[in-house]
Design a protein. Sequence first.
Length: 208
Amino acid sequence: MHINNKNLPKKILSWYDNNKRRLPWRVGQNSKKKQYYRILSEFMLQQTQVKTVIPYFKSFVNKVPNLKALSKSNEKKILKLWEGLGYYSRAKNLHRTSKILVKKYDSQIPDSFEKLKELPGIGDYTANILLALIYNRPRIGIDGNVKRVLLRLFNLETKDPSNLFKTKRNGDLAEALMEFGAIICKPKDPLCYKCLLKKNCLYYKSES
């Protein structure tokens, strides 16, 4: 299924460019920190809200500044830095994954969905979002926010919505959809009056 509205990605990206939150793991496309910051933040964000993750992320990268340092750290140190975030299996999986990335992939995150899925702690969502954010692949991670946006806009549930949106800014779009769901298309009391997409939105049409 392809949504017949070429302006939809442009509208979402325009909103994102003007309204996105300043988050510490959002670094420039060419930053050497990008791969490490993205994989670390995605592990931390599994089952945890952004506002909770921010101080932990800042503290973590201050003590463990890159993937190689992470791979060489002992598990006790990693778990101590993770203390309070909960779901400690994430920290253990991240630590195991860092060792594999350094040894097998020369400290680079694989650009293959299948190879990413082989890493500890990485499922479909994390593999998709890493491919989008790091390699600008036309992938979208389906979290609760994105699922809600798709249901309200199109009354649609899909495991792969990437074919719905055509853009060259695939990584930004993947992040924009999550951001849009978190800030505008909220679970309760969505801010429809602020929404640039309401003319395209089945939920808005049904409510108005």
